[in-house]
Design a protein around this ligand. Structure first.
Ligand SMILES: [Zn+2]
Length: 601
């Protein structure tokens, strides 16, 4: 497999070097994580299945609602009865699930040239218990939340703005307990397509006697089985001293018969002339890991793995000291990858890894790097910009892949980790002891870490630049410089996005520290140059299947940038997934359109 890879890539490089294009261009046609629809296919035939790939049969909910009603409903009243019944069935079906929920929020201030720009940010990551009362456990220990988490949404307004992470995920359902005709009025508005799905649109208003914190807004109901696929609105009336966010909540048809809450966008703030509202933010909430095991102690004890124990190799004997050291590192690496995947933090190996591995291969082949074990790559499913490596596995976050403007920039961040591997900066061998894997999922960040000492960071940067200068990306390092300049411009305001949880930071205290030699080179950053795309918004490149955590590259048609405000580097945008039914999900569907407007360069 390894040899095969090398031959394939070497052949690509060979032909490219003979011709007028460099290997990067050749690769771009097959593997570049760009938004161009025609070119962004996986580099080999083992391309993974579409996003909504069928989850394993055993993992699907036991009960399914009737896929097709006996007879189509004749009146809107019957439609209302159907979607109310299906909403209750969904709540019941998901009640034993504890998906991962991530909220990334950017505070906004008004810039005369660029409009609302990030002026601060917050990050929340945890597991959501979708049982009796929707609740959450946080991966990140932050300020004490106490009774405030019990408030349904929003934040304390009276003394200071305090965001409640649970508030952002509240709109997974319209109303967890009382979604019925006693509490709500439903008013049919019109038909409308969302992606491939024809929907019936209803306005939902709480009855006067329904009490506080009831859903107020609009729902979209697909017209085949009558499930809610989108909710847009807020909760009303708010309890004293707090308020509810406005939210736009999207569901995907990831398992037969059910549309599963997947993305929630929140936004507050008004920058029109004369308004005095100081509060302005936008936030993306992503939910994934629905199919993760609950990870109770009972599960661990009953999981007995049966591996093949017979060693048929002709030279079976004790490992040499060096071999033993490598075996040990491999064991640690495998343990870490397995544990992070079980915690819902790593995507299973897939489509995106083919792209990453092609880039790593390009660096290895052109630098004659021949490691005893192949370098593997995996996608960290979270938004903060980070990379780290454990053993020979390079891990890069979804958020970082999203914001990188081109393949050369991707190569640069991967080259830094490859530098650590080549230089033997091996971290994490302590994880070869299996007792170190026994912690609850929400304690992952306090039990794992892969941060290097400053001397190793400097050495890895130096090695990375050496690798890049010999690589097909050598002529494109100006682009990497531009990306780092854009990162520097926003680094002071995006502390949460730049706070890593497992690896080294790209920037410390508002100053970019990674690959600073490249930051110095290349043209100046110019927001008004519309063809200069230094960094992309979040959410435009990698799409995650919230049921099985598979990650794939997004393919969207480029949308022309018409002003500096369209660039939105490192910013969050609304979600606009192209909805499709289970089984015929469009593999090219993008999680957002707004975010993709920038990736068309
Ligand atoms: Zn490093």
């Amino acid at each position: 497999m390894r040899t095969c890879n090398r031959v394939l890539t070497a052949a690509l490089l060979g032909s490219a070097l003979l011709g007028s294009t460099i290997a990067a261009a050749q690769q771009a046609a097959e593997s570049q994580p760009s938004a161009q629809p025609a070119t962004a296919t996986a580099p080999d035939a083992t391309q993974s299945a579409p996003a909504a790939a069928q989850p394993a049969q055993a993992s699907q909910p036991d009960s399914q609602p009737d896929a097709t009603p006996a007879a189509p409903p004749a009146t809107m009243d019957q439609v209302v009865n159907l979607f109310i019944a299906h909403e209750h069935a969904l709540i019941k079906t998901l009640s034993n699930r504890t998906p991962v929920v991530e909220t990334y929020l950017q505070n906004l201030s008004s810039d005369p040239q660029l409009g609302p720009v990030p002026s601060g940010d917050h990050y929340f990551l945890g597991r959501m218990d979708m049982g009796e009362s929707v609740d959450r456990k946080d991966y990140l220990k932050e300020e004490d939340r106490g009774f405030q988490t019990r408030l349904m949404g929003g934040f304390q307004k009276l003394y200071k703005v305090q965001y409640q992470p649970l508030g952002f995920s509240w709109m997974v359902y319209a109303d967890h307990t009382d979604f019925d005709r006693e509490h709500y009025d439903f008013s049919y508005k019109r038909r409308e397509f969302l992606g491939d799905i024809r929907c019936l649109v209803f306005d939902v208003t709480p009855k006067k006697t329904a009490g506080r914190g009831r859903f107020l807004g609009r729902i979209w109901v697909e017209d085949q089985n009558y499930n809610i696929v989108r909710l847009n609105g807020t909760y009303s009336p708010a309890p004293r001293n707090s308020m509810f966010f406005h939210m736009d909540s999207w569901r995907l048809n990831l398992i037969p018969g059910y549309w599963v809450p997947s993305y929630i966008y929140s936004e507050e703030g008004d920058f029109s002339a004369g308004t005095k509202n100081k509060l302005a933010f936008k936030a993306q909430t992503r939910i994934w890991g629905y199919d993760l095991k609950k990870g109770s102690k009972d599960d661990e004890l009953t999981q007995i793995r049966v591996d093949s124990v017979k060693d048929d190799s002709p030279t079976a004997q004790d490992a040499s000291p060096l071999q033993a050291e490598r075996e040990w590192q491999q064991q640690a690496e495998d343990n870490v990858v397995e544990r992070l995947t079980a915690a819902g933090l790593l995507a299973p190996e897939g489509d995106v890894d083919h792209v990453l591995q092609t880039v790593v291969n390009n660096l290895e082949v052109t630098n004659n790097i021949d490691l005893p074990r192949p370098v593997r790559t995996r996608v960290l499913l979270t938004s903060p910009l980070e990379t780290f490596s454990v053993g020979n596995t390079i891990v890069i976050s979804r958020g970082l892949i999203d914001v990188l403007p081109d393949e050369a920039s991707l190569a640069a961040v991967l080259a830094h980790e490859l530098g650590h591997i080549v230089l033997g900066h091996n971290l994490g061998s302590k994880y070869a002891f299996n007792d170190r894997m026994l912690f609850s999922d929400d304690a992952t960040y306090s039990n794992m870490g892969f941060k290097h000492i400053p001397e190793e960071e400097t050495a890895a940067d130096k090695k990375a630049i050496e690798l890049l200068k010999n690589s097909p990306y050598a002529q494109k390092l100006d682009n990497v410089g531009l990306f780092l300049k854009a990162l520097q411009q926003r680094a002071g305001d995006l502390g949460a996005l730049l706070t890593t949880h497992l690896g080294n930071q790209l920037a410390e205290n508002g100053t970019v520290t990674r690959l600073t030699a490249l930051e110095q080179q290349g043209p100046a950053l110019d927001n008004n140059k519309l063809d200069q795309i230094a960094a992309l918004p979040l959410g435009g490149r990698v799409k995650v299947n919230p049921w099985n955590d598979k990650a794939e590259m997004v393919k969207t048609a480029p949308v022309a940038i018409t002003s500096a405000r369209d660039k939105m580097p490192f910013e969050v945008t609304p979600f606009y997934p192209r909805l499709a039914r289970f089984g015929d999900a469009a593999p090219n569907a993008a999680p957002t359109t707004a975010a993709n407007t920038n990736s068309g360069n």
